[in-house]
Design a protein around this ligand. Structure first.
Ligand SMILES: Nc1ncnc2c1ncn2[C@@H]1O[C@H](COP(=O)(O)OP(=O)(O)O)[C@@H](O)[C@H]1O
Ligand SMILES: [Mg+2]
Length: 484
């Protein structure tokens, strides 16, 4: 292939894929997941290998670990003492019965205290039937043969096999870990790169070392230089720089320019999924976004992703996302002003989840009419709940009860069980202005519980204008405002 490849590997006429060329040979060379690898090293040293399952995402060293372990356990006897069955091999019930059984019965000379090893790579692709056939075999021959399974999801392995195995879970590799390995390979292959290029490789690989190394090699052989731009061309992914620029426009409230940038990506031919996925990855690590906005954005991205996966793939779906971002940024600045604190989550709600419902308002006039005319009875047809921070301040609405917002969330199910027969539960705080005000948030928590439990006999409302608006209108009317 390229002249470089020939230089660095004279004896081989074609360039070996680097993932294979640099596949670790011993457990020591595997990067990341150090605690788990440490356990494997102990097994490799002491010899009594249990049946094991290694599970985790693709490209993080599962297959490699099992091979290294088997090599270190068996040494020269590896060839004779290991049976490897990959996903591409036939692994139905018969194979499990015959091939594995024949191997298990075979006499092989092994180092003392060692066992034959059956490697089942990507074991989660085996049918449940084949796995069932395996469990008995595992047991019968366990004094001579041990099983090592690799899989992406350990829950795809049937329970009885799981319970016979030590399960080792591999985590996604960290950026630093991937970087370390990439630098080593760049050094050995004399790759020309800049920092942007490495950052792009890490960004596009998402913790998958195989992908990172493959992309490194593709960029090198395609362009001869690993820069950010080249990596994104090779990976055919939207460039995060453009996505970042788009987010900056969103933050500034410049919807038009955000839409232009997105349209630019769309015109480059990326699909809605490509774009949404890249937006997600960029948002996740974008420091310029305040935490609250980031969470809102991620929520919106989630919804959009879902719609895209459901088959809505037009340009409009991502443009819609920008509008949602814009709304979220605005809600942020509103919340900011009304709380007069720099943090977006009001302090009383810190650590609490965001409610799902958005209850409607009821006007002061409507509520005043209930009270004045007696058309609805407080405590039976409706109840007013004051959720201000302290006890009632200055004035209260007749019949109101007081449940401070900060203790509402943990006690919400109890509150619902008491109030669930009251058709209208009207919450208010000082002014109930923004969505994140105490009154509206607590109303939403209440409604959430109703929805969760399927209760339809009660409904949450918030009082428009809060107690502040109420006092302005009715403070001189003793039947509507109780002076405290
Ligand atoms: N933890 C790791 N340390 C070093 N190289 C790794 C690691 N994980 C993956 N690789 C590289 O990626 C290739 C594929 O790894 P493999 O073990 O087959 O991944 P999988 O977890 O999908 O079984 C290896 O040949 C190696 O080059
Ligand atoms: Mg594998």
């Amino acid at each position: 292939m390229s002249s470089k490849g020939k230089e660095s590997a004279n004896e081989i006429p074609y360039e070996l894929p680097w993932v294979e060329k640099y596949r670790p040979k011993t457990l020591d060379e595997i990067v990341g997941n150090s605690e788990t690898i440490e356990r494997l090293k102990v097994i490799a040293r002491d010899g009594n290998c249990p049946h094991i399952i290694i599970s985790g995402l693709p490209g993080i060293g599962k297959t490699t670990s099992i091979h290294c372990l088997a090599h270190q356990l068996l040494g020269d006897a590896y060839k004779e003492g290991v049976l490897e069955l990959n996903a591409s091999d036939e692994r139905g019930i018969d194979v499990v019965r015959n091939k594995i059984k024949a191997f298990a019965q075979k006499k092989v000379t092994l180092p003392p205290g060692r066992h034959k090893i059956v490697i089942l790579d990507e074991a989660d692709s085996m049918t449940a039937g084949a796995q069932q056939a395996l469990r008995r075999t595992m047991e019968i021959y366990s004094n001579t043969t041990r099983f090592a399974l690799a899989c992406n999801m350990s829950n795809k392995i049937i329970e009885p096999i799981q319970s016979r195995c030590a399960i080792l879970r591999y985590a996604k590799l960290r950026d630093q870990e991937i970087l370390k390995r990439l630098l080593e390979i760049c050094e050995m292959e004399k790759v020309q790169y800049n920092d942007d290029g490495l950052t792009a490789l890490i960004f596009t690989s998402e913790g998958d070392m195989r992908q990172a190394i493959n992309n490194l090699q593709s960029t090198q052989s395609g362009f001869g230089f690993v820069s950010g731009d080249n990596v994104f061309k090779v990976c055919d992914q939207p460039h995060p720089i453009l996505v970042q620029a788009m987010l900056r426009s969103c933050l500034k409230g410049d919807v038009n320019s955000a839409m232009e940038k997105l349209t630019e990506l769309w015109d480059q031919g990326y699909s809605a999924v490509d774009i949404v996925v890249t937006i997600f990855r960029v948002v996740k690590t974008f420091d310029e976004l305040p935490e609250y906005t980031k969470l809102e954005y991620i929520k919106e991205i989630g919804f959009t992703h879902m719609r895209v996966l459901e088959g809505v793939v037009g340009h409009h779906i991502i443009l819609r996302l920008i509008l949602a971002f814009d709304r979220a940024s605005q809600a942020f600045s509103m919340a900011d002003q009304s709380n007069a604190t720099p943090s977006a989550t009001p302090s009383w709600a810190a650590g609490l989840p965001e409610p799902l419902s958005a209850p409607e308002g009821i006007t002061a006039e409507t509520l005043a009419e209930f009270i004045k005319t007696g058309s609805k009875t407080s405590g039976k047809d409706y109840v007013v709940v004051d959720v201000r921070r302290t006890d009632f301040e200055n004035y209260a609405i007749p019949g109101a009860i007081n449940l401070p917002a900060q203790s509402f969330y943990p006690t919400r199910t109890g509150v619902v069980s008491v109030l669930s027969n009251i058709p209208l539960v009207i919450f208010h705080c000082q002014s109930c202005g923004s969505l994140t005000s105490r009154g509206r948030t607590v109303a939403a928590y209440y409604q959430d519980v109703l929805n969760e439990k399927g209760i339809t006999t009660s409904k949450a409302l918030y009082l428009e204008g809060g107690i502040k608006g109420w006092i302005e209108k009715y403070k001189d009317d003793g039947s509507l405002a109780i002076k405290l």
